[in-house]
Ligand binder design. Structure first.
Ligand code: PMP
Ligand code: GLN
Length: 388
């Protein structure tokens, strides 16, 4: 018999909504991926590396040139002092990095603190690793946590806390004081933190990304996860970074060697090149996205939608009840894609308990014409929903 943890799961909401959008020819503001093809320099490097480069197994921990580039990048961008030899592992996307962290660091019976909204991969993988999730629920519009919420979730069996920051789908970059609270709880309970920071580079000033690993007491107990797919808007590349102190990295590498062992060397070569040769990219990319965010937000506001603020990620959220829509988010999302030809992601899909059920997530890394048409279709969906 298949294991029920996976066998009983539905297809992920991202795949479901993208599948419907493909099938129905709808505009896809659901799953997060840019419409443009990504930086030409990286794509040319990857192509050259396929044609002229080395296409056999690279070292298990990743190409040295990429591990060095990752450590250099985080030193420059976030002031971190990672030793590429002992503290950086390249994985097949952040998804593999998460799986490796859960498999390597959770023992059956351990409690794992997880924040809702939770990225879809967390809970099934944590359970399969033997962990028992303890949920902390974040609520719109601020999506923040406080000491009492942490105290209710942490206990003597807590082995790990899993944080996603900047937060998908909330679109917030958590302030340092929240990270300090979490750091204190992890230190007090001797817990490891897995911090999924795939959106670290997609933050709109004045908001800033603060790495959890830089909080007091966290350098030796944090697994920091990054993704080149998000850094360079190449979401299909699946090149991830696992960064942690040597003792943790040793265990993480043992899990990684039996999950994928390695990641395509040509993509690693191109990402290494990109990290070292994209002087303007990390300032320019958020500026371009911010313009798209503002265009979508302004269009939605003009049509009478209540838009929540977005400080980062590819996403902004609309508050359905405040926009005059009485349907639960999932019901509205299904009607919008079927009846009006526009796909979004119901935020309730990121909750296992007591879902926040009146928020729809929209992806704004699309061309202006797509965003404008998306707004009109959402307005049509709302009008149809109002008529019953
Ligand atoms: N974590 C979060 C919060 C994400 O949003 C995503 C992808 N959108 C991932 C992990 C997966 O990243 P990757 O594609 O590098 O596996
Ligand atoms: N992270 C992407 C999103 O939130 C989806 C990734 C996926 O489909 N697995 O839209």
């Amino acid at each position: 018999m298949p294991n029920p943890i996976f066998a009983n799961l539905p297809t992920t909401v991202f795949e479901e909504m993208s599948g419907l959008a493909r099938e129905l020819g709808a505009i896809n503001l659901g799953q997060g991926f840019p419409d443009d093809p990504g930086p030409a320099g990286l794509r040319v490097k990857a192509a050259e590396a396929v044609v002229d480069g080395y296409n056999q197994y690279p070292p298990m921990a990743g190409l040295p040139e990429l591990r060095e580039a990752v450590a250099r990048h985080y030193a420059g961008a976030q002031g971190l002092d990672l030793d590429w030899r002992t503290e950086v592992t390249i994985t097949s996307g952040a998804t593999e990095a998460l799986a490796a962290a859960f498999l390597a660091l959770i023992e059956p019976g351990d409690e794992v603190v997880v924040f809702q909204p939770a990225y879809d991969a967390y809970l099934p993988l944590i359970r399969r690793a033997g962990g028992t999730p303890k949920l902390v629920s974040l609520q719109p519009p601020h999506w923040r946590f406080d000491e009492a919420m942490l105290q209710a979730a942490f206990g003597p069996k807590t082995r790990m806390a899993v944080l996603n920051n900047p937060v998908n789908p909330a679109g917030v970059a958590l302030p340092e004081e929240d990270l300090a609270l979490l750091a204190r709880a992890c230190v007090a309970h001797g817990a490891v933190a897995v911090c999924d920071e795939v959106w670290e580079q997609v933050v709109f000033p004045p908001a800033r990304h603060h790495p959890l690993i830089a909080q007091p007491g966290m350098r030796g107990r944090t697994v920091k996860i990054g993704s080149a797919g998000k850094m360079f808007g190449l979401t299909g590349w699946k090149v991830g970074f696992l960064c942690a102190a040597p003792e943790l990295t040793h265990a993480l590498a043992r899990a990684h060697q039996f999950l994928t062992f390695t990641t395509p060397p040509n993509l690693q070569t191109a990402v290494a090149w990109g990290l070292d040769n994209s002087p303007g990219w990390f300032a320019e990319m958020p500026r371009t996205l911010e313009r798209s965010r503002d265009r979508l937000a302004a269009g939605l506001a003009r049509e009478g939608f209540a838009v929540l603020p977005s400080q980062g990620t590819y996403f902004l959220n609309i508050d359905l009840p405040a926009s005059g829509i009485d349907l639960p988010d999932r019901a509205f999302a299904l009607r919008a894609v079927h009846e009006a030809g526009v796909a979004g992601i119901p935020v309730s899909a990121f909750y296992e308990q007591d879902p926040v059920a009146g928020i729809l997530r929209l992806c704004f890394c699309k061309g202006d014409a797509v965003l404008d048409e998306g707004v009109l279709r959402l307005a049509r969906a709302r009008d149809l929903a109002r008529r019953g």
